[in-house]
Ligand binder design. Sequence first.
Ligand code: SF4
Length: 336
Amino acid sequence: MKIIPFFIPEVKCSGKCIYCNQQIITGEKKHSENDIPNLLREFLDNVKTPESDFEFAFFGGTFTAISKEIMRKLLEIIEIEFPQKRFKGIRFSTHPNSINQEIIETLSDFKISTIELGIQSFDKKVLKALGRSDDINRMIHAIKLIKDKGYKLGIQLMTCTPKETIWTHILNLKKLRALRPDYLRIYPLVVIKGTTLYRMYLDGDFISPSLEDSIKTTYLYIKKCREWGIKIIRMGLKNEPSLKKNIVVGPYHESYGELCWSYFFYRHIVKNLRKSKSGFFYINPVDISKFLGYKRKNIKKISNLYGFELEYKITNNISSGEILFQADINSGKDGN
Ligand code: SF4
């Protein structure tokens, strides 16, 4: 579904997260919350209503931390602007501490479709190290309120953080399995100029994992979330020029998501080739580049490892993200 995104600048935020410099992340200037309705009206003047189904999204900032009065005003502006059938609702991202029963009741007056929570981690140690609230019960309560109301739930998680261990991922995955959000976004932590994390990095108190290690971590989430039917709709930070020029160090790559998918397919390929070195892989047409690998890396690696070219067929009979291997039992290739 098409999304019309409006980025709310940093307003009403405690500003304590060690990695955050929201102005750089969104490329927006800081505003007072009273400015937002006018900024929204100006933005809407230049928006062409899509011809297909669409949602309106408030991104950035902490939507439900805005005063109730301004929040209502913003939601009313949107509903007056898009009263038609193709308008499927409003989505926004917010902090779990800014969701409670009263806020949910206010939202009930509007056509809210999706709420995305910036959870970042379910590991208390990581949350503390990130300068975020470590009240896991409050997070879970916010998630339940959203789900009970029937809104779609998105969760944002952060990897490559200080204090992160393999147990952090096991814990996160356990929670995801139990809470079943509709989708997930994964952001590997990068060091941005002007943040507390930047000072920690300069002082030698934080070492960022390599891009390769970060991809391997994200792979764990792809693997498990696919099994549980949780969509991962984004991996890696967006290609925002103001962000890119301020990243000092960290696992940032313009095609981070593509790299993670390529690795996921690579692992699948190797697993199958361990069983039989001859046969065909069947893949969906949309997955060709992921199967071949970023810059055909998978093809090259397999060729170096096994000394032959990957054989594959493209078919619409399997879904995107799936990979089917049919071993050729008549082949003379060594299958050991
Ligand atoms: S990450 Fe979000 S909650 Fe944390 S300081 Fe930035 S805007 Fe505020």
